[in-house]
Design a protein around this ligand. Structure first.
Ligand code: RB5
Length: 164
């Protein structure tokens, strides 16, 4: 399985630990940075990793920032991303079984690094259960699709009005 990794400056040390840990387990990693403590903007890394996951370059993604919150909010703006913030093992398991989360987010200022690696292991090895959960994922997808159509219609109206 190929995993996309990304983080901001608050989490570059945790990202290095996660990367070494999952590479040692045989996962292939595409590391989108950042690589040091120079201040960067977490939405950029959310975008790189989210795009790699939805376009199929990587099967899953792991995104890290100070809290795991901002980078997850940003990633979830990308249609097809289902990013889940997990700081415990139950959530890591449940977001795979029920939500088919394709991106895991964590906060380096929140979670102990040892627990973070356990969360990663649980999240990477837990399968989606499908069934009634698939119906709910389909509803999330249809919200994305409906919003996209509405925006396209709005844009078409704007273009039409401008061309008069
Ligand atoms: C950066 O200082 C911090 O705001 C960021 O890592 C993250 O916690 C945002 O949600």
């Amino acid at each position: 399985m190929k995993i996309a990794l990304g983080c901001d400056h608050a989490a570059y040390e945790l990202k290095a630990k996660v990367k070494a840990h999952i590479e040692a387990k045989g996962y292939e990693v595409r590391d989108f940075g950042t690589f040091d403590e120079a201040s960067v903007d977490y939405p950029d890394y959310a975008f790189f990793v989210g795009k790699a996951v939805v376009n199929g370059e990587c099967e899953r993604g792991i995104l890290l920032c100070g809290t795991g919150i901002g980078i997850g909010i940003a990633a979830n703006k990308i249609p097809g991303v289902r990013a889940a913030l997990c700081h415990d093992l139950f959530s890591a398991e449940a977001c795979r079984q029920h939500n088919n989360a394709n991106i895991l987010t964590m906060g380096a200022r929140v979670v102990d690094p040892e627990l973070a690696l356990q969360i990663v292991d649980t999240w990477l090895t837990t399968e989606f259960e499908g069934g009634r959960h698939q119906r709910r994922i389909d509803k999330i997808t249809s919200i994305e699709d409906t919003m996209a159509v509405e925006r396209a219609e709005e844009l078409a109206n704007i273009v039409k009005a401008q061309s008069k």
